[in-house]
Design a protein around this ligand. Structure first.
Ligand code: ADP
Ligand code: MG
Length: 719
């Protein structure tokens, strides 16, 4: 029996107790465990089904279920659950105990193949965007055999979690996983077709992803005193800290002990669950941090990121920290994103976005690079829409985060090569290396040379693309689905052109260059090496005809576009109905997020802030009265200051009423899109106006009477 099995993993409470490699994935029913525990032929059948993307036969499922149950019971699991990713973006689970009646009064542990493969959660509480009528509320969950089952440790027991896809009775995708798997399938198919022209006989090509997760950590006791942090995950009010208080040396500075302890506890959990957590560091803003894993197949990376977000929150609480995954927890302070690193690799592990060592490999690299550019060029608007949310609206286009205009950064070296190809400049040294297929290589693309421009939303970073506009709280499944779908479509187009060129008698390598050159010329508009934060770029992007959806309201329109529908439907990733339902849910989530914020801000203003201001004014007026009574002249400026504060409080009261009215008006609107517009415009503006008044009231209020922890307290070093 392997060491992973012999270890009592529940006793590992420290990172340094044993080597990570000895317990990594010990809480997962991993490939290795299956190999050890399944009969040879069952394991083979399982592997084969996995490779072909087929369902498990009932016999295989039965054997796997039995082995999984024994493994889970040995480890102390009492319950199992089908773990899935409904379209709310949070994960969902309903736990069932392994027990059942054997004979009257006698309980036994049981878990069948059927229960492994398929579950029937009461799906009515999950949004389906109209896909599923309430009278047939039931959907079912089906195990994704590519994602290993894992054990979640609770305070008094353990639960076996089985990652599943969530579908309706007619096979409709009710979650984020199904479309992601379908998009990976489509991308694999088109990539395999393309590779044949390069003499590579791959069986499959896998989209790979490494998501860098940013977050804020705030003292839990302080956070609990703020309803906005508790219910909206961000501050809805808060006077900005004085300039110069930002701790510039925080980034890559030493990590404070309390935070380090928390990070190590998270990593320990990650390692047990087979999440390859790799790097930890401080981020730019005070109390902002990042954790990044080693990249994996996109569907695994997506499951793991979802688990990681949950771990961050739950482990944080144990360490007295509130972990804020929101894109913009504090006004005036840098927001949080999630850099989604994306690449493609063959089943043999060859990265198709890695510049090669031979001319043939370089041509292949240029082909897949062009396909990706083509995808961003054709579907920039859709990529933007995939990451549109109420939270991300605060970040995109601000002077700290990628702009809402989708462009691609390639770095000076690659840009030069692409320009030379475009000109057909055979005399250019770098293009000669590619065209003159007898000699030389592409210059090695220096990673540093490509990674400098942090202002680009979609940057090539040496051997992968980095989609930087994703929000920190968003599930990565949807943006990954859109990238995969768009690149699959682009490859389909390029492959067809290539075949036509070859059919017309062109020599294969020359034909590839023709197709690559054409794609480079067609996609020129999205290549941008300059400062993506600048106003000049906005003007330039408009001149180039690039779409610019400033906010969610504008971005969501693109889903209705025929080209958007086509990119999903042509390869069966999302049917029109499935797409429609997702659009519906995005509207709903956007409206809900703003409605909650509005209600929480109302509550804070009406029951905490304004009463405190009145009390403060009363007390201060009382003090002035006492001064006067003692024969001390009360300076007019003191009286005026109180008057100003009273006037401002009156204004705030008026703005509060206006905000309530705007909310009521928006909620009464029937049409979904019009309602989203009202929330995005009138309600948001009303909220913002009230916030500004409250922030000014905070600046002049007696600190002891101010009812909420202030920004400087929330952002002080966590000691
Ligand atoms: P950065 O300079 O952006 O921090 P890193 O090399 O540290 O770059 O990688 C950041 C993230 O990118 C990590 O999660 C890493 O696993 C992921 N990554 C690295 N190579 C690839 C790849 N080929 N495909 C997808 N993700 C990758
Ligand atoms: Mg990065």
């Amino acid at each position: 029996m392997a060491k992973t099995q012999a270890l009592d993993t529940s006793s590992i409470s420290r990172l340094d107790q044993t080597r990570i490699s000895q317990y990594f994935g010990c809480n997962t029913f991993s490939e290795r465990t299956m190999r050890e525990r399944l009969q040879k032929d069952v394991h083979k059948a399982y592997r084969q089904a996995l490779k072909r993307g087929e369902a498990l036969s009932p016999e295989v499922a039965k054997s796997v279920a039995l082995a999984m149950k024994e493994w889970a019971l040995e480890r102390g699991c009492t319950h199992f659950t089908h773990w899935f990713l409904p379209m709310t973006g949070a994960t969902a689970e309903k736990h069932d105990a392994f027990i059942t009646w054997d004979e009257p009064g006698q309980v036994v542990e049981r878990f069948s193949g059927g229960q492994l493969i398929q579950g029937e959660p009461d799906a009515s509480s999950f949004p389906s965007g109209g896909l599923r009528a309430t009278f047939e509320a039931r959907g079912y969950t089906a195990w994704d055999p590519a994602s290993p089952a894992f054990i979640m440790e609770g305070p008094l027991g353990k639960t076996l979690c089985i990652p599943t896809a969530f579908v309706g009775y007619h096979g409709e995708a009710l979650d984020h996983k199904v479309p992601l798997l379908r998009s990976m399938e489509a991308l694999s198919r088109r990539s395999v077709e393309a590779l044949r022209h390069f003499g590579v006989n791959a069986e499959a090509v896998v989209a790979q992803c490494g998501p860098e997760q940013e977050y804020f950590a705030v003292d839990l006791e302080l956070a609990q005193q703020r309803p906005d942090l508790m219910f909206a995950n961000r501050t809805l009010q808060g006077a900005k800290p004085p300039k110069g208080q930002e701790l510039e040396d925080h980034y890559f500075g030493s990590i404070k002990e309390r935070v380090l302890g928390f990070m190590q506890a998270v990593e320990l959990e990650c390692f047990k669950l087979g999440i390859p957590a790799k790097t930890r560091h401080n981020e730019v803003a005070p109390n902002q941090f990042e954790i990044a894993p080693i990249y994996e197949a996109a569907n695994l990376a997506s499951d793991h990121n979802q688990l990681l977000m949950e771990l961050l929150k739950s482990v944080g609480e144990r360490h007295g920290l509130a972990i804020l995954l929101h894109e913009k927890p504090f006004a005036g302070v840098n927001g949080s994103g999630k850099h989604v690193n994306w690449s493609l690799a063959t089943d043999e592990g060859q990265n198709l976005l890695e510049p090669g060592k031979t001319p043939e490999e370089n041509l292949q690299f240029l082909y897949f690079l062009s396909a990706t550019l083509k995808a961003i060029h054709t579907h920039g608007g859709l990529l933007r829409a995939a990451i549109a949310s109420a939270g991300n609206d605060h970040r995109l286009g601000a002077n700290e985060a990628p702009p809402a205009i989708m462009s691609a950064f390639l770095g000076a070296q690659l840009s030069h090569i692409l320009e030379a190809i475009e000109k057909g400049d055979a005399a250019d040294a770098s293009i000669q290396r590619i065209l003159d297929l007898g000699i030389g290589n592409l210059p090695r693309i220096e990673k540093d040379a490509t990674d400098r421009n942090r202002t680009s939303p979609f940057a090539f970073t040496g051997n992968k693309f980095e989609f930087r506009a994703v929000g920190s709280s968003q599930p990565i499944a949807l943006p990954l689905t859109v990238i995969n779908a768009a690149v699959a479509e682009a490859l389909e187009g390029l492959n067809a052109r290539l075949e036509a060129e070859i059919e017309a008698g062109k020599e294969p390598k020359a034909a590839i260059m023709v197709v690559v050159r054409q794609a480079i010329i067609e996609t020129k508009a999205i290549r941008f090496e300059g400062n993506g934060y600048s106003d000049a770029w906005k003007v330039e992007a408009e001149r180039r005809g690039l779409p610019h959806a400033k906010d969610t309201v504008a971005a969501l329109r693109i889903w209705k576009d025929p080209a958007s529908k086509a990119v999903f439907s042509r390869s069966g990733i999302l049917s029109e109905g499935e797409l429609e339902s997702r659009l519906h849910i995005r509207h709903e989530q956007y409206q809900k997020a703003i409605a909650i914020e509005t209600q929480v801000l109302r509550e804070m203003a009406e029951t905490q802030i304004l009463p405190s201001i009145t009390a403060d004014l009363g007390a201060r007026a009382g003090s002035l009265g006492k001064l006067a009574a003692a024969g001390i002249t009360v300076p007019e400026t003191l009286k005026a200051a109180l008057q100003d504060q009273a006037t401002l409080a009156g204004e705030a009261q008026g703005l509060l009423s206006a905000m309530k009215a705007a909310l009521a008006t928006a909620e009464a609107i029937e049409d979904n899109h019009a309602r989203t517009e009202a929330f995005g415009n009138q309600v948001n503006q009303a909220k913002h106006a009230l916030r500004e008044a409250l922030d000014r009231l905070e600046e002049a209020c007696d600190a002891d009477r101010w009812p909420l922890p202030k920004y400087w307290q929330l952002l002080s070093p966590l000691l």
